[in-house]
Design a protein around this ligand. Sequence first.
Ligand SMILES: Nc1ncnc2c1ncn2[C@@H]1O[C@H](COP(=O)(O)OP(=O)(O)O)[C@@H](O)[C@H]1O
Ligand SMILES: [Mg+2]
Length: 307
Amino acid sequence: MRSPRPSSGVADLESDSRSDTDEQRRERIAPGAGASSPTATATAAAAATSAAVEPQAGLGVRLEQLRAFYGDLEAVSGIDLDFRANEVTAIIGPSGCGKSTLIRCINRMHEEIPGARAQGRVMLDDLDVYSPSVDVVAVRRAIGMVFQKPNPFPTMSIFNNVAAGLRLSSGRRGDLRPKVEAALRSAGLWDEVSERLDEPGAGLSGGQQQRLCIARSLAVDPEVILMDEPCSALDPIATLKIEELIDRLKARVTIVIVTHNMQQAARVADRTAFMLDGRLIEVGPTHEIFTRPADPRTEEYVTGKFG
Ligand SMILES: Nc1ncnc2c1ncn2[C@@H]1O[C@H](COP(=O)(O)OP(=O)(O)O)[C@@H](O)[C@H]1O
Ligand SMILES: [Mg+2]
C-alpha cells in the first residue's frame, strides 16, 4: 500500500503543519490527482502557540444525491446536503432513519459492510471522495470518526492509542511525543493523563476514553470529524466536556454529529438536519429547526410527538 501522506506535514499539530498548502492537503488524499484548486481553503495563521486548538480554515463536505444500500434495502434515498466548513451540523431523526448509514458514507466506511454500497457523490471541498484516484485510507484520516461506544485499543497505552494512526502514516517514530501531547491537549485530556501515558487506555473513564478517541483522530490532522451519538454512553458531566470540546474543535475541523438529544443539538450545532425514512426533510440554522421548522414532521419530532 502506498503511503497516503507525503513525509512533509505528517499530522503535525505544531505550528509548522499549519503552513501546508491546500495542494499539500489535497495531495495526501488523492496523490497525483492534480493540484488544480481554485477554492479558497487558505490555511489559517500558523503562529498560535498557546491555544490548544489552532484555527484552520477547514474543508466543507457536500452530499449530492447520496443513496446507500444494504443489499436491496435502500437506507439513504437521494440526499443533497452541505456540511459547512468550521461549523457543527447535527443530524437528528428517529431510530433507523439512516443517520449512521449516511455518515458512514462520508468517509467510505459504509462500503466495508458486506453487501453495502453507495451511489451519488460525496465532495470534500472540491475532491470527490469516491473518485478512483482517491486513497481510501487517507480519506478515513482526513475524515475521522468517533462512535457511540468509546473504542480505544483496550490493552494499548494511552500514548500508543493516540500514536497509533501516526505510526501508520509516519516513518519518523522519534518525534511522536510532541504530536501525541498536542493531540491530547486539543482533546482536553492532557492534564488528566500526562502522568500516566503508559497506562492502558481501558483504565480511563468513559468520558476520558471518548476524548482519547477524539485525540486519536486529531493526531492525524483531519479536516472533518464525524461523531455518531458520541455522548449517549456518557454521564452529564462527561457529556458537557465533550460538548465544550466540540465547540472548540470547530475552529479547526468541520464537525458532523448524530444525536438523539435535542438539547445537545441545540447546544452544539450551528445547523441541524432532520432525517426521516432515509430522506432529508429539512436543514437550517439550529434555532430555526427547533423554533419554526418548515415541515410539520420536523415540528412533531422536535417536540417529542414521535421518535
Ligand atoms: N449492517 C446493516 N445491515 C443491514 N441493514 C442495516 C445495517 N445497518 C443499518 N441497517 C438498516 O438501515 C436502516 C438505517 O439504519 P441506520 O443508518 O443505523 O439508522 P440510524 O442511525 O438513524 O438509527 C435501518 O433500516 C437499518 O435496519
Ligand atoms: Mg445510528
